[in-house]
Design a protein around this ligand. Structure first.
Ligand SMILES: C[S@@+](CC[C@H](N)C(=O)[O-])C[C@H]1O[C@@H](n2cnc3c(N)ncnc32)[C@H](O)[C@@H]1O
Length: 366
């Protein structure tokens, strides 16, 4: 469809929605605002698809629902009409936040809705039982990671995502074991593809097709991913390897996207070494190991400088301790021969092997 035809269709669709009755769930009795593509503002307008999403979310009486990116409230209106007790929505665009608030009021359901205006990646979510959202695709990976590994206790997340992302998340054949988000997701949840949603169901029509996925959290998480490697340690380690890269991807314009950093570069950063030093010392204290296990000495109350002259934070690590710790990090990378490798090009086995070498040298992530 040409750009002009798509814009025309969007205008017609908006007029159609705006003129429907305020009391029906399809109503959109709020002023129309220009939709912003950079914020992923592609509204789902097919009532049959919207109803299907809410039906598949299997909301129970008393549930608290989280919706990320309510937009003008096409999905929110149905969530409010469901057996849920309350709906908490997080919306980055204040115009949309006002629109969905006005719509809930027009439906007489404002008492069930709380809208937080802010970035879903920065806002702390309230407690919820189910998350039901047509998410902005630009934050698919970090949002999925936040839901899966952010410490929230919920039953399911039923999400409309880009089809390609859905396939990767469920670990469809062809994406291999290098799909770490899917591999890690499987440790804490069961992820199912529920249905495909054509791009024709959105206004304005996006460039990609979508799918509905269900993330069902496991009640029992395994304590270890393999003997000697705790689940939390592994998740923190992979967050360090991939987190930075994902943030970069989110912030950068597609054309100017920087290349992913090598493991050597990621672990050479001063702040990274200091953070790992603190974590390692804490792990040692927690596990009651003496200096013998990791070789980390007791805190030193000195005023030495580290490396390039920066003061040692908290004044409790000596220059020698930090230098020795950095050598451990470098040693693990060297033994694994992974210094020049980029995390996303490595298999899970390679990353597990590296983590084992780190742990053996007393470099801890949790
Ligand atoms: C794909 S639209 C979905 C709108 C609506 N739920 C629907 O289905 O018609 C995504 C919505 O997420 C909002 N959004 C984009 N980035 C966001 C972020 N980082 N945090 C919260 N909301 C965001 C957009 O403003 C937009 O309203």
């Amino acid at each position: 469809m040409s750009r002009a035809a798509s814009a025309l269709r969007a205008r017609h669709a908006v007029r159609r929605i705006s003129s429907s009755s305020a009391s029906s769930p399809e109503a959109w009795d709020v002023p129309f605002h220009r939709l912003q593509k950079q914020r992923g503002q592609h509204l789902l307008t097919n009532p049959r698809v919207l109803d299907d999403i809410v039906r598949r979310a299997a909301i129970r009486p008393g549930d608290a629902v989280l919706e990320v990116g309510p937009g003008t409230g096409n999905l929110t209106a149905r969530l409010l009409a469901s057996p849920a007790t309350r709906v908490a929505a997080v919306e980055i665009d204040p115009r949309m936040a006002s629109a969905v608030t006005a719509r809930a009021a027009a439906l007489g359901l404002a008492h069930k809705l709380t809208v937080t205006t802010g970035d879903a990646m920065e806002v702390e979510f309230p407690e919820f039982d189910v998350c039901v959202s047509n998410i902005p695709y630009a934050i698919s990976s970090p949002l999925a990671a936040k839901l899966l590994f952010g410490g929230y206790r919920f039953r399911t997340a039923t999400l409309v995502v880009q089809r390609e992302f859905a396939r990767r998340l469920v670990g469809a054949p062809g994406h291999g074991e290098r799909n770490h988000l899917a591999t890690n997701a499987r440790l804490v949840a069961d992820v199912t593809l529920l249905m495909d949603v054509s791009k024709a169901e959105f206004v304005p029509v996006p460039g990609v097709d979508s799918s509905l996925v269900e993330i069902r959290m496991k009640e029992d998480r395994p304590a270890e991913v393999q003997p000697g490697i705790g689940l939390d340690e592994w998740l923190e380690f992979t967050r360090v390897c991939f987190g930075q890269h994902q943030l970069q991807r989110r912030r950068q314009n597609k054309k100017r996207r920087k290349e992913e950093k090598t493991l050597g570069t990621i672990f050479k950063r001063e702040e990274m070494a200091m953070e790992l030093f603190r974590l390692s010392r804490r792990a040692e204290e927690r596990e009651g190991n003496g200096a013998g296990t990791s070789g980390l000495d007791a805190p030193h109350h000195g005023d030495d400088d580290v490396g390039d002259g920066k003061e040692v934070e908290d004044g409790c690590f000596s220059k020698e301790e930090v230098v020795a710790f950095k050598e451990r990090i470098a040693g693990a990378l060297q033994s694994a021969r992974l210094n020049n490798e980029r995390p996303s090009r490595l298999s899970n086995d390679d990353l597990l092997r590296l983590l084992q070498l780190f742990i053996k040298r007393g470099v801890r992530f949790h």
